[in-house]
Design a binder for this molecule. Sequence first.
Ligand code: DAH
Length: 339
Amino acid sequence: MIAKIKQLLEEVETLKVANAEELEALRIKYLSKKGAINDLMADFRNVAAEQKKEVGMRLNELKTKAQERITALKEQFESQDNGCSEMDLTRSAYPVKLGTRHPLSIVRNEIIDIFGRLGFSIAEGPEIEDDWHVFSALNFAEDHPARDMQDTFFIESHPDILLRTHTSSVQTRVMEVSEPPIRIICPGRVYRNEAISYRAHCFFHQVEALYVDKNVSFTDLKQVLLLFAKEMFGADTKIRLRPSYFPFTEPSAEMDISCNICGGKGCPFCKHTGWVEILGCGMVDPNVLESNGIDSKVYSGYALGMGIERITNLKYQVKDLRMFSENDTRFLKEFEAAN
Ligand code: DAH
């Protein structure tokens, strides 16, 4: 019996395993009810009385050593699994940080959401356009300065092809293939031949909205504008409309909102006027309806267009337009909370 105990003790002290399954197999082999040590315990009653003391001590020693060895091997596995020997319960579950939305996307989505609740659905058109959809179908006169090379990027070999200068071109794309009622919102990127500075860029983003139906009036437009301003800038926001001119709307207006920085009292941001301009709008010129195959005696409509960078600047006071296209993560991180 003593020889058997010695042999098992040697085995136990040199135990090696490669994985958790092997470890469990060893535990069963030595320490379970039907294991080798328990078998010896069962034989203990047959040991001669004068040997019982020594055999008993050695048996206990074997059992303790076996338990210690198996526990040590188990701990070794667990620490390997964690990749560190001490468990840090404060560590975040996801070591990889998720990205955040770009501020222009946040604001674009907000605009789409507000108009979406009023029944406007999204329409898109190409950024590389032709003269007809950007200018002619929108009632721009042949000699309108916007058609000048100085403002518009033309494709040199094809003078009719250009980068769209506004998302109003999507109006014409939709009207030429649809019957009223038309209620669309058109977000997208536009291009202008401008020197890049903190307040101008050669590309930026706009959202255009168009509603054409029977009996659409300027009152409908005003109501939608007021609702949009309150939803976007807060319930206390006031609006004011100033007469303006766009070739594709008649009458045309520009809309100001009460300065959301000083609340209308006057500050450097609003040049002490209490108002800031945010968009252009008006009733769709009957010429535009007719150019796009819609009977202007039956239908009328309103349109409006705004720059997403402008709205974003008002909401978040971004002073340098170039920040929007540099993708500096320090800048983008500032918008984490708005995501
Ligand atoms: N397309 C104009 C621009 O780029 C913005 C605009 C003004 C759109 C008046 C409209 C409108 O639909 O009615 O400056």
